[in-house]
Write a protein that binds this ligand. Structure first.
Ligand code: ACO
Length: 425
């Protein structure tokens, strides 16, 4: 970037000197907070394409280079060497745990994994075919009914405890939601198991408590959770922060994040990708799908392609792309949708439309094929995303609560309605 530490903006007769904020990495930011006071102008940036909403030390993305760092560590290194629980600790505490800290954290997560029996009543009140994201939203909001009264947001230990509770309980809620949809009886998490195994066993165990853990499945899911854990100020995390800025409790804030994640332009894309691949059906139909995706009147986009920030390969998609073939081979699964996906990726990457717009596969392009191989139903895919992302959401909520510059999120607007008029008659 430039050496400027301030920029001058001329607005007619008025001129204002705006300071430039220097980040550790990434683009310099012009601090416009005094612009309105000094010139009367607002700024307009629909979709926040050029606006930083906060300062954060958690995650860094370089979209042009395809770089993703959690607390400075490249995602490729964390994927290879770390575990999801270690990554969670890193995200919420800022540093990696030592062996004793990791052990204690795992134990704390296990101790917090069970949920109040009233949660089963709530989940049971939903229709069996209700969308799992609707149930997850309600179940997380219900946690605020259970824990809110005892939560003092000014107490750091109580904030940390609430964050840990959310990370520990969302897998339990997800397993119970899956079981409800399948007509299986509600059960409790096996707290002798590690985080991912606990979720898998609770989800898939039979009515008499049988489930054989497969370490390839545990490893694959652990890796997917690492890759989904955080992604700086994406729509759902920004939603958590927006709600958190009002002083709302963390359960309410995260429930709001879940609703934002649900949309197909965001986390709901993993479900949409699988539906799209099924609709395309065969590698022979890939070409016509690409033609349709380029036709703006078709209303069809290549799901799992494109990203607001990445104008290069999404580094998470690279890791998942390699892992997909491996996982299917390990599990002995032959899925023709993988051929469709590979052909679609190749076709889009060679097509001028996608090349010119720098549209690459994103994290959701291959994740659904893996979830499918792990026997997770399509409508649960975005719940799996939420499960991994809860750690990022609470890390941002925790960071926000001690940010001395935090203010309630309250954007302005460009009013385009009627001028003032009199009520006649
Ligand atoms: N298929 C076809 N064309 C696309 C796609 C796509 N998937 N994505 C973007 N484009 C085109 C747009 O039509 C637009 O073309 P134009 O310049 O000729 O008008 C151009 O590329 C830029 O697209 P925008 O929508 O302006 O980009 P934006 O940054 O606002 O949107 C988004 C990013 C929402 C991810 C978009 O690429 C998209 O809809 N992708 C498909 C859904 C998806 O996979 N979402 C998951 C994102 S990752 C995540 O949230 C976990």
């Amino acid at each position: 970037m430039s050496d400027l530490d301030q920029v001058t903006l001329n607005a007619g007769e008025k001129s204002v000197v705006l300071p430039v904020i220097k980040p550790t990495l990434g683009n310099d930011c012009v601090d416009i907070s005094k612009l309105t006071k000094e010139t009367g102008y607002f700024t307009y940036d629909s979709g926040f394409t050029a606006t930083a909403s906060c300062k954060s030390a958690i995650t860094y993305i370089d979209g042009d280079k395809g770089v993703l760092l959690y607390r400075g560590y490249p995602i490729e290194q964390l994927s290879e060497k770390s575990s999801y629980v270690e990554v969670v600790y890193l995200l919420i505490n800022g540093e990696r745990p030592d062996a004793a800290q990791l052990k204690a954290f795992n134990e704390e997560l296990a101790a917090e994994a069970t949920v109040d029996a009233s949660v089963n009543t709530l989940i049971g009140s939903f229709a069996k075919d209700a969308h799992p994201m609707a149930i997850l939203t309600a179940a997380i909001a219900q946690l605020s009914g259970i824990y809110h009264a005892s939560l003092d947001l000014s107490d750091a230990e109580q904030r940390r405890k609430a964050a840990v509770r959310l990370i520990a309980k969302v897998p339990t809620l997800s397993a119970l939601i899956y079981r409800h949809g399948k007509g299986l009886p509600a059960n409790t998490p096996d707290t002798s198991l590690d985080y991912v195994s606990r979720f898998l066993k609770q989800t898939f165990e039979s009515a008499d408590g049988q489930y054989e853990l497969n370490q390839d499945v545990v490893k694959a899911l652990d890796l997917l959770f690492i890759l989904h854990a955080d992604h700086e100020q994406n729509a759902s995390t920004s939603t958590v922060r927006m709600v958190g800025s009002t002083g709302a409790n963390p359960y309410a804030s995260v429930a709001a994040g879940v609703t934002a994640l649900w949309g197909p332009a965001h986390g709901g894309a993993n479900e949409a990708v699988l539906k799209m691949l099924e609709e395309i059906g065969s590698a022979d139909n890939v070409e016509s799908a690409v033609v349709k995706a380029k036709d703006k009147t078709s209303g069809f986009r290549l799901m799992g392609f494109g990203h607001r920030v990445y104008k290069n390969f999404d580094p998470r998609a690279k890791v998942i792309g390699v892992m997909t073939g491996k996982v299917l081979e390990q599990l002995g699964v032959q899925d023709p949708l993988l051929d469709v996906a590979v052909k679609l990726e190749q076709a889009a990457l060679q097509d001028d439309y996608f090349v010119a717009r720098k549209l690459y596969p994103n994290v959701d392009f291959y994740s659904g094929i893996i979830y499918k191989a792990l026997q997770i139903p399509t409508e649960m895919f975005t719940v799996m995303f939420a499960l991994g992302r809860t750690s990022g959401w609470v890390a941002h909520w925790l960071e926000q609560q001690v940010d001395p510059e935090m203010k309630i999120g309250r954007p302005r607007q460009v009013y385009t309605g009627s001028d003032v008029r009199d009520y006649q008659g």
